[in-house]
Write a protein that binds this ligand. Structure first.
Ligand SMILES: [Zn+2]
Length: 144
């Protein structure tokens, strides 16, 4: 089994609703997303997939949709004031935790045909969340 992982850096702001902790207040993160792609056989270029292809497709999307945005649950009272001020907001359908963002990126990457087995979002240098086919054979990964 071959595996490649691409790191994507991005910044975002968020807050968590219905949550009793410091993360209920607006704050930001310098995040790192790791996108792991696996395959049992290499392509004609002897690659799992081209790093530049992951960068082109997935990093472009992260830059466009999430980078330097407030990621807020759609019913967050901050949404309308920020939009009214012309601030960039990404609306999530659930609390925008690191777990949620990992799944968001996983679903997008999978939808673009990458055989992604794992997306890990580092919210801080010591805390990360992973969504994917953890500890499962990559043969079960979504196919292109
Ligand atoms: Zn946070």
């Amino acid at each position: 089994m071959y595996s490649v992982t691409k790191r994507i850096d991005f910044c975002y702001g968020h807050r968590l609703l219905d949550y009793d902790g410091v993360c209920k207040h607006p704050h930001g993160h310098n995040a790192v997303a790791e996108i792991e792609v696996r395959t049992g056989s290499l392509d004609a270029s002897q690659m799992v997939c081209d790093f530049s292809e992951i960068k082109h497709v997935i990093k472009s999307w992260v830059d466009r949709e999430l980078d330097h945005k407030m990621i807020l649950r759609h019913d967050d009272p901050l949404v309308q004031p920020l939009l009214g001020l012309g601030e960039p907001v990404y609306l999530s359908d659930a609390n925008p935790t690191a777990e949620y963002i990992a799944r968001l990126i996983f679903d997008y990457a999978t939808g673009q045909g990458f055989r992604v087995v794992r997306v890990t979002v580092w919210e801080t240098p010591t805390s990360f969340a992973t969504y994917g086919l953890i500890n499962r054979d990559a043969d079960a990964a979504p196919s292109g």
